[in-house]
Unconditional design. Structure first.
Length: 58
């Protein structure tokens, strides 16, 4: 069984990756570190879910 990963060709994946890379540079209100953590986890989750959903078995 061979796996093919072509999620990197998807425009939505490229955009999600760009957003995830930009998130650490965003300024979050002081005293709200839980919001920063949630933002970073959500951005990473979006990228990973798109990649996982695009795996095809051959």
């Amino acid at each position: 069984m061979e796996y093919r990963f072509d999620h990197e060709n998807l425009d939505v994946y490229k955009l999600a990756l760009e957003v995830a890379r930009a998130c650490p540079t965003l300024r979050i209100a002081p005293g709200r570190p839980h919001l920063r953590d949630q933002l970073l986890r959500a951005a990473d989750s979006g990228v990973l879910n798109l990649a996982e959903g695009r795996v095809e078995l051959r």
